[in-house]
Design a protein around this ligand. Structure first.
Ligand code: CO
Length: 497
């Protein structure tokens, strides 16, 4: 009781806009699978907003009570919000990966996770076990008539978009082999020769690394595949495209596999940031006939996500969320206890890659802690004016994402919508109004965890004006654990359609 009172007092004098306890609750497993029309709504869903928002993320943070070590190791769960004529329907389903099915049947953890989840029995039970569990938990995209759940270290899982039933692994008519990697960050080039293309990549890390680039046409067929070898170990999660190039950041990290081999750490925990080394920027032509991979260098830093890139003359302009350093994950530590103040925030930087003079200039665009950047879908690879991101409530310091931030790169204006003190946001997705001409004419959709009621809301903002507040707030009947990425399609998928 006494410690509770102390905690209460401490939180009231704190200058923070959140409590650790509230934030942690968003990391509870959601075991149930739901299917219902959302009827608890504040505001109004725009009748012009029709389509389906698919989201992916770890749905389970434990297996039958056995905690996983890091959310990145959690089994993928799809949440689907279908918008139809002013109404919205929710459905969630776990992806029945073979690992998920086996572990649910066994009622315990059977696989080591990349981010430190171990089988019980200590390091001896884990040493020399290199079996990989494809958890399909990072992104979900509807492309070429297929709904694909993506995880960067293995092959995609194909789902039925109407029922969310897991169908099979997707190998694109045998182009991918069993278990072959296909990254979780595809980019859609919407104006490639008047027919959109989906561009994605895969990484095969090693002493030197192989980057393979895939291009898929609108029917979902892989029409181009080319591989490139680059020196050194790579840890690359995302990339950016322009009409002519793919751009990758080779973060300055070293990999020591020994603790992984000996069963003491997950492979992802053996990656160590090297602050004294430069970041390499790898620029690969999209046309395989065009030779010449270029490698430029810039200051040390760590990038998970890029917002967008575009070409201006000899230059590629690239906007990315960059961290000054990446803290090492200690195997004994619990991610729920993370000290936000001890970590450097992600910030939005602009990189000017000059391909002629082979140099890089960079400038800080936004110093507020931010992550999960997105732009208008037809601006991918082209000049963009606006970026939408998850952001901290306060302008300075590092904190959980509690706000949605719109950055206008032309006027410099910022618009912030905040769910603080008790709400926590996920990746914002911009949906254009059909037939719109203005780049910010549309809506921003995000799932927001409301710790007051331990439930999640689907929040709809008018992208043109965040200041008027949410135009609709759809209260779900339950929470959705903090997710990773998702995509919107204008096709409406419903259970019985
Ligand atoms: Co990502």
């Amino acid at each position: 009781m006494q410690s509770f009172q102390l905690y209460e007092r401490a939180s009231t004098v704190s200058d923070k806009f959140y409590t650790h306890g509230d934030w942690q609750k968003g990391y509870q497993s959601l075991k149930q699978e739901f299917d219902y029309w959302i009827d608890d709504i504040e505001g109004q869903i725009p009748t012009e907003l029709n389509g389906t928002l698919f989201r992916n993320g770890p749905g389970l943070l434990d297996v039958n009570g056995q905690r996983i070590h890091h959310p990145f190791d959690g089994d993928g769960m799809i949440s689907r919000i279908s918008f139809s004529n002013g109404r919205a329907h929710f459905r969630n389903r776990f992806i029945r990966t073979s690992g998920y099915v086996e572990e649910q049947k066994a009622g315990k953890i059977l696989y080591r996770g990349v981010f430190g989840t171990q089988k019980s029995g200590g390091w001896l039970a884990n040493a020399f076990d290199f079996k990989l569990k494809n958890i399909a938990n990072t992104n979900v995209i509807y492309w070429g008539g297929k709904l694909l759940a993506l995880w960067e270290a293995a092959d995609p899982y194909r789902l039925d978009p109407s029922t969310l039933e897991t169908l099979s692994k997707e190998h694109f008519n045998g182009v991918l082999s069993e278990g072959e990697a296909f990254a979780a960050h595809p980019r859609i080039d919407s104006s490639y020769s008047n027919a959109p293309r989906l561009v994605n990549f895969s990484i095969k890390p090693g002493l030197s690394s192989t980057i393979t680039i895939f291009e898929l046409d609108v029917t979902g067929k892989i029409v181009q595949r080319h591989a490139h070898h680059v020196p050194g170990f790579t840890f690359i999660h995302d990339f950016a495209i322009t009409p002519n190039y793919c751009i990758f950041f080779q973060n300055p990290v070293a990999f020591n596999p020994v603790p992984f081999i000996l069963g003491m750490r997950g492979a992802g925990e053996c990656i160590k940031f090297q602050p004294n080394r430069l970041t390499r920027v790898i620029v690969i032509p999209r046309n395989p006939q065009q030779k010449g991979v270029q490698i430029l260098e810039t200051q040390s830093g760590f990038v998970f996500h890029h917002a967008n890139a575009f070409e201006v003359g000899d230059e590629i302009v690239l906007d990315s969320i960059c961290y000054e350093s990446l803290p090492e994950v200690e195997p004994e530590s619990d991610f729920r206890q993370v000290d936000f103040d001890a970590i450097k925030p992600g910030q939005l930087w602009r990189f000017h890659l000059n391909l002629k003079h082979r140099n890089v200039q960079r400038e800080l665009l936004e110093s507020r802690c931010c992550e999960f950047p997105s732009v208008h879908p037809t601006k991918v690879g082209r000049h963009h004016r606006y970026i939408y991101m998850g952001a901290a409530h306060l302008e300075t310091g590092n904190a959980p994402l509690q706000a949605l931030l719109k950055v206008d790169l032309e006027s410099g204006e910022r618009q912030l919508w905040s769910a603080a003190p008790r709400g926590f946001v996920s990746e914002p997705i911009f949906v254009p109004r059909l037939g719109s001409k203005k780049e910010d004419d549309g809506w921003v959709l995000a799932l927001v965890y409301d710790s007051t009621y331990h439930r999640s809301d689907v929040v709809i903002l008018d992208a043109n004006d965040f200041h008027k507040g949410a135009i609709a707030r759809l209260h779900l009947k339950h929470h959705v654990p903090y997710g990773l990425h998702g995509n919107f399609t204008f096709e409406v998928f419903l259970a019985n359609s």
